[in-house]
Structure formats: structure tokens, C-alpha cells
Ligand binder design. Sequence first.
Ligand SMILES: C[S@@+](CC[C@H](N)C(=O)[O-])C[C@H]1O[C@@H](n2cnc3c(N)ncnc32)[C@H](O)[C@@H]1O
Length: 601
Amino acid sequence: MSHLSESGNKLKKNVYDLTSSAQLEQVNELFSDVVVVVLPSGLSCGSSEHTLREIFRNVMSKLGSDATLVTIGMPPDLVAAHILVSDELRYHLWVAVKMPLNNIHLSMEQLPEHHFGILVHTRYQSSLRHTKTRIEYSYCPFCDRTTKDYGGKKHTYHEYGTLLSDVWRDIEVSLSGDLELVFERLQDLFGVSPYDKMLVLDFRASLDRKIVQCARWRDFTPLDMAVNSCGESRLIHGDCLEILQDLPSNSVDFIFADPPYNLRKKYAGYNDSLEIADYFNWCDKWIAELARLLKPGRTLAILNIPLWSIRHFIFLKNVLEFQYWIAWDALSFPVRLIMPAHYAILCFSKGPPRSVLRESRDSSFSNCEGVSWNDPLIPMQEGACLRSDCITMRRRARMRDNGSLTDLWWDIHRLKHNSRRVDHPCQLPPQLMFRLISIFSKQNEMVLDPFNGAGTTTLCAELLKRRYIGIENSLMYHELAASRHKELGCGLNPFRKEEKLLSAKNSPVRRLPKQKYEVSKKALQMEIKRIAGVLGRLPKREEVAEMGKFPLRFYEEYFVSWGEVCAAARTTGMQERRGKPKTSTAVGRQDHPAQLTLISK
Ligand SMILES: C[S@@+](CC[C@H](N)C(=O)[O-])C[C@H]1O[C@@H](n2cnc3c(N)ncnc32)[C@H](O)[C@@H]1O
């Protein structure tokens, strides 16, 4: 797979293989541009933690005021690295990079590790300096259309590929092997002024192998704890911190928490913009309660953005055992130079974890009308598209399109269409909850969600024949979840598609009223592209009024911003089927072939 970086200069790379932090003294270079630190798996564990501290103490003492620090490693090691640098550096990104699977992994009864991470911090405080980089489209091996369905917006996308996101699944590299593909991408991504060089400090040879072994698969001693019962299924309206205190210790089989992210979402009855220290104090309190409620050997899973997950990890590792860092690539559409696309689902167990994959193969759905889901434990093959016509064709032709269940999930979309949503600003897709509940619990066991929102978790639990407790602070959402459970009791699919008029929104962009378009939005955007072609730049409103064949009011009424009006004019347009790229007619592009760097695997 390849990438394209716009108007950058590939950085010169210098690699140093180091076995100890003391060897950093021999690196006779300025740490002023891009510094990449590669960590072996397990360096944050046991006695090696000292080595990790020394490495970052040394690197930080040399790091220049304009420098970018990139740290490559397994999630627990990156968490430890973040703690060591975050007082002085600004955090920008956590990228999940796909690792190859091997047969040993696949025969295990645990989810195989399928990704490592790249953390990006800078000494400077402004937004991240990097090139606009695109990843070549991938195509469904069954229908030969782009893996992602771009719907009616193809004219607003680039012919080469989609903007880079924070999940790199197009390359597959082992953390212990050759990282050249990652280095090349970083050389292009950060090839902007004032940078010239990329210094790679590779510490992978620095670790005692015994410690790597004990980092992840050590033998746990079983916990001797009395297991309690917390009764029958119920939805509870109230503050989870108060409610949780009344539930018995060691009584819940699986706990899932999707807390508010403190990102100023508009919840009914909850302030989602606390001071960050207050937010984490509050999180630590409910996490401690959830750890108390969990039965021995069972799992607490917390969904959050990667940066907040780092902080949860630090608290969780004091009370529970690390089990998985699941990277959920939620398949968002490109919006920023490096688009944030993934969430972390942190899984910690109380003492030794169960063999989750052996014990969970009992997911059977009730006969609820209209519910026909795939087995949540069998993901689709990587690259296969999620278009319903293609899936139907594959089923009819009995084509094998299964992939492996690992800790990298890419086959579940965020809820995008209003027809699938109810009036809650951030519902999760039911497929995500079907999968988590199926992995971590069995029929009749108890599933708890302290932030139940519109009831996605508890509804999926009921469909999977689990008992459930769903706590929700807002009366409005509590009643919404209760009414959906009632529907389910009457045999109606609570996740059915329906035309609805919603007031809740998941994005700050204003919602336009439902309207009939006299001219299609695509025709309007293509007209702007035509005008831009004549002018040699993006047009202003007055120029569209003067030169365009459609009234200006169409643009004002049908689009949320002038940026959206000009979306097609800024790019080349793409085609869904594999084929030759079209010749570019976009305006203001600097990415003609001479200026592009193309890296092919
Ligand atoms: C991110 S949403 C969860 C959405 C849910 N996963 C779904 O799919 O519908 C977080 C929810 O937590 C609720 N909430 C916030 N503070 C709470 C508290 N102290 N106790 C219980 N619920 C709370 C909010 O009202 C919101 O509905």
C-alpha cells in the first residue's frame, strides 16, 4: 500500500541502535528536528521501568524547542512514556499501527495483539506541523469497489486516496521486525519546515527477554473472593456514583463504561466540560467502584479517546490487571489533516482473566422480529466492504469473508444515519456492544453499564440473553432506554431503521432543516468547481452570484458552510471502482506529480 504526501521534503533519516540510555551520549547529533524513540515490548514492566525513565530523562534533556518527539511501542509502554514526557511536551496523536498475526497468536484463547502504537508529542505548543498525507484507497476483494462507501460524495474526495487517519491498517509491520515502512511514512509526514532530519533511537535491543515474557502472559494466582449476586435485570435512573455504592462487591460478570468524554457534548442534564483534573477525579471514583463490583477473573471495559484512555490506564493498573487495549477504528470520514478515527477500549480484569474466546462462544440472538445480525465474534475479512448488496452477494455465493477476531477492530461503523439513531447525542452502534458482551460474558450472566444512555448496552445484553443493570443520570435518556426495552419485549427491533426527526446531535455542525432540493447539492458543487476553473482559485460569494447559473440562495440554504460549497473545487473527485485515476482539474492544488512523494510497498 502507498501514501502520498503533499508539498513536503522527505526528512533525512539517521538510525542508532542502542542498548542502554547511557549510549545516548555517543549520539553526536542535535535533537532539534524529529526524534523517534523505538521501545521494545515490556520496557515499562518490572525492573526495566528504570531503563525507560533513564531513556526519556536523557532524550528530554537534549530535545530542542521546535522538536517533535515520536515514540513507538506497545500500548502499556507508551502510557509509561507519556507520563514521563507530558509535563513538558504537548500531546498530539496516538496512532494505532497494524501488526501481523502469527499462528501462535491465533491458537490462543485470548484476543491476539494486532497493533502497536505511535505517540506524537512536540516541544512547541502550536498545532502539529506535518504534510497533508493521503493513503491509497483499498478495494473490496469481492466487488472491486472502494472498501469504504463514499456514497454521493465521491466528487468531493481525492482521486488518489483518503486523508491519513490515526489508524494505519494499510501497512502491516511487526514491532520487533523491520520498521522501515513506518519510518518512511514519518519521514514524509513530518517533512516540513523547519525540519530536515529524522533521528531514530532504536532501543529494541535493550531489554532482557525474560521481562518481555512476564509483561503480558505471566501466571496469575487465582483470587479467593466470595462471589455475590446483584439480582435481576433493571434500568436505574440516578447518579452512577451513588447507585454503584449500593451494589454488592464481586457480583458483576462484565462491566462496560462509555462515559461522557468531557468534550463539551450537549447532554440533557449533564455538564460535559469539567476542569480536566475534576473530570479525572470523578472518573477515578466510578472506576474504583466498578473494580469493586467485578467478579474475580472478569473484565471491565472502558471506551474513551486515546488520550483520556492513557489516564484511565494509569489508574486502572493500580486496581486491576491489564488485559487488552482494543483499538476500534470507527471508520469516520476525513475531516482534518490527520483525522482522528479511533477509540481505545481498555480492558482490565480482576485478577487472572478467563480464556475469553473459549468460554464465550454462545452468542445466540433471540427471535426478535427483524434482527438478523452476523455472529459478533466473527469479523469480516479486512478490506471487504460493508455495503449490503455486496454482503448479500457474498452470502448467496457462499464466499468466505471471515477475518480473525483480534484487538484491532475495523468492521464496525459509528452510527452515521439518523434513521438508525434515537434522540441521544452519542449512541454506540449495537454491533460493538454485541461483540463486547459476547466476548466477555455468557448467557444469564450479569452485564452492567453505569452510563447507559439510550440503552445500547442493556438492549444488546437482553438480545443476547444476559441479565443487565443500566444506570443513567438523565431522566430523558433513562425513559428512552426503558421505552426501547419495552419495544423489544413486544418483539420490535429497537435498532430498526426509521424516519425520525431528531434534536440531539453528535457534531457541533448545525443541522439543516429537511428540505427538497431544486437542484442537487452535487450539481451545485460541480458548478463551483467550474467557476473555480475559470478563475484559477476558489470563488467568493459575489463571484458565484455573478458567474454562476444557479441563484446564490441555493448555496446558502443547502450547505452548512462555504467550505462545503467549495468541497468539490478543492479536490479532484474519486471513483468507486478500481481503475485509472481521472486527470486532475482541481484548483489551488499543489500536489501535481512532481511535488508528490510516492512510497510503494
Ligand atoms: C457517552 S454517553 C453513553 C451512550 C451510550 N453508550 C449509548 O450507546 O447510548 C454517556 C451517558 O452518561 C450519562 N451520565 C453522565 N453522568 C452520569 C452519572 N453520573 N451517572 C449516570 N449517568 C451519567 C449521560 O447522560 C450520557 O447519557
